[in-house]
Design a protein around this ligand. Structure first.
Ligand code: PRP
Length: 174
């Protein structure tokens, strides 16, 4: 089956927002070291671009998470499938997410990271879908607020496909 995909944000529009987020983060953490925690899989493209947009002292960690839910809805029960390779104790952590949907995943990860004793934890999300909020979570750095549409591309998938699209698109239901 082939889906129809319409463009929501072009690669150029995304690049402008990501550059602005990078400037904002670099300014907020001037003179400090940052750990970008890429929440896999969806955030790999965003994290790669964001890391290069930050003019500062950055290291990257990758966190594999799997959320068990019904259909497309996450349950908040998040299993860590791949943990960090180094401690983040006393470091400034930024959790990097492609999308905050219900908020359950980030809420769980914020709880988890509290036990890891970082100096601080912030959240950076490229997309936020407020219509689906089930738990309010702080989003310190946000790319775009979107409507309740199924989006793909720039790391986001539909049945594991379309992560490679350079733009963000909406899957049109026929
Ligand atoms: C997506 C996204 C977030 C989560 C957000 O991951 O990357 O981790 O869902 O949803 P929530 O706010 O409702 O918890 P997904 O489960 O699709 O896995 P993936 O990143 O591997 O594609």
């Amino acid at each position: 089956m082939t889906e129809r995909i319409s463009t929501l944000y072009t690669a150029a529009e995304i690049a402008v927002r990501v550059a602005a987020l990078g400037v904002q983060i670099a300014r907020d953490f001037e003179g400090q070291r940052i750990v970008l925690v890429c929440v896999l899989k969806g955030s790999f493209v965003f994290t790669a671009d964001l890391a290069r947009a930050i003019d500062g002292n950055v290291r990257c960690e990758f966190l594999g998470v799997q959320s068990y839910g019904e259909g497309t809805e996450s349950s908040g029960v998040v299993q860590i499938t791949q943990d960090l390779t180094r401690s983040v104790e006393n470091e400034h952590v930024i959790l990097v997410e492609d999308i905050v949907d219900t908020g359950l995943t980030i809420a769980h990860l914020l709880e988890l990271f509290r036990t890891r004793r970082p100096a601080s934890v912030k959240v950076c999300a490229l997309l936020h879908k407020p219509a689906r909020t089930r738990v309010e979570v702080p989003i310190d750095y946000l790319g775009f607020t979107i409507d309740d549409k199924f989006v793909v591309g720039y790391g986001l998938d539909f049945n594991q496909r379309y992560r490679n699209l350079p733009f963000i698109g909406v899957v049109e239901q026929d």
